[in-house]
Design a protein around this ligand. Structure first.
Ligand SMILES: Cc1ncc(COP(=O)(O)O)c(C=O)c1O
Length: 392
């Protein structure tokens, strides 16, 4: 016996990519541009600080994060967004944001909304954990197109009123993976107003907030504070994976209303795994430092400029405002991915693998996602191969 709700899921994006490409030989030296795994250096003190605290592997760590770590997170939120949060009640350390994005649904989506099955709204294309969180609690995931027509952000106000009446939670990623666009203060304010009107909670996935070109993206908590929104309306998620180039550290946090955070803490006290204490110590210091973050941002800025130079002529090309991806229009994303692999050895991801097929079409089908994570020269070789193979 197996649960039916997970039985018809497509394979996850990366096994799907391997199934598409691996039966065929690479057409050149293999260049990985499919996974958003940061490759820039992380601070060289990370290992020594971890080693200094190695004895703490012998202790069970505190569930919600040490006071030092929660204090450092609140300090960072204050410097970055000008918001003041209570470190005791409004933040919780996470093993990377993915577990928190999943468990937010578990902890916070009610069994029914207005007497009906609850709905979880999410952009399409989207980070796949949003959908699994909804399905896990028996809610209905509803996919809202985030396409060129909508400015690559979902237009949640276009959702039918009867669906909004059932909506318990909305996921929004800003800066957006994969499109690299950022929600403006007006966009967040409108979404907060919609949340207030229809009584739902916003999960703001802001793990790319520190990887931007010119202007730092505004944050959901910042706009919520400015507009005087109910603090329970928003949960913001941040990660050291992208900010500090430490995806293997597994360290992030969630911040939001005290009641929502208390419920997430309680769920994890029963069922989850807190961050090992040495990881908490390293994380505390990382949230207090900005130099390495700025250095990494400068490396991305050089690669955005490189992409503009090499691929700027492609019809529909979007220069990324933020994040670590190019969202590149092609006639057929899957066919382009295979052609690129077979002719050049460059691995990218078909946009359809990040999208949900809808009766009206699959929003990402006409795109490939290109990760700009590798060093400059390797990225240049990859982008040049993409141009010559797909856009000559
Ligand atoms: C949009 C988005 N959200 C969340 C995550 C999760 O990151 P982590 O669990 O490493 O914090 C990722 C990772 O790729 C992502 O792309």
């Amino acid at each position: 016996m197996f649960p039916e709700r997970f039985s018809n899921l497509p394979a996850y994006a990366f096994p799907r990519l391997r199934a598409l490409l691996d039966p065929h030989p690479a057409g050149g030296p293999v260049l990985h541009m499919s996974i958003g795994e940061p490759k820039h250096p992380f601070p060289d003190w990370v290992g020594p600080v971890m080693a200094e605290h190695a004895a703490d592997f012998g202790r069970y760590p505190p569930n919600e994060g040490t006071p030092g770590l929660r204090g450092a997170i609140c300090g960072w939120l204050n410097r970055r967004y000008g918001v003041t949060l209570d470190p005791e009640r409004q933040v919780m350390a996470l093993n990377g944001t993915r577990e928190g994005l999943y468990n937010a649904g578990m902890a916070l989506i009610p069994e029914t909304k207005n007497g009906q099955r609850p709905v979880v709204l999410m952009p399409n294309p989207f980070y796949q954990v949003y959908m699994i969180s909804a399905i896990s609690v028996g809610a209905e995931p509803v996919f809202v197109p985030a396409t060129a027509e909508t400015g690559h952000l979902p237009d949640f106000s276009s959702v039918a009123p009867e669906v909004l009446a059932r909506t318990a939670m909305v996921y929004l990623c800003s800066p957006a993976n994969p499109q690299g666009v950022m929600a403006s203060a007006e966009y967040w304010a409108d979404l907060l107003a919609l949340a207030e009107k229809h009584d739902f909670r916003i999960v703001a996935d802001e793990c790319y907030s520190e990887v931007y070109r010119d202007a730092a993206p505004v944050g959901a908590l910042q706009v919520a504070a400015k507009t005087g929104a109910d603090p329970e309306r928003v949960l913001a998620f941040h990660s050291l994976s992208k900010r500090s180039n430490l995806p293997g550290l597994r360290s992030g946090f969630v911040a939001g209303g005290p009641e929502s955070i208390a419920r997430m803490k309680q769920l994890r006290a029963y069922s989850g795994a807190p961050l090992p204490l040495p990881v908490q110590h390293v994380s505390e210091r990382l949230w207090g430092e900005e130099e390495h973050v700025a250095a990494s941002r400068a490396l991305y800025a050089a690669k955005y400029a490189l992409a503009d130079e090499i691929l700027g002529h492609v019809p529909g090309y979007m220069s990324p405002q933020a994040g670590m991806f190019l969202w590149l229009p092609v006639p057929d994303g899957e066919a382009a991915t295979l052609k690129l692999w077979q002719e050049t050895g460059v691995r990218v991801l078909p946009g359809a693998y990040l999208s949900k097929a809808q009766p009206s079409g699959t929003p990402g089908a006409g795109y490939i996602r290109v990760a700009l994570v590798a060093p400059f020269d390797e990225t240049k070789a990859g982008l040049t191969a993409i141009r010559d193979c797909l856009f000559a």
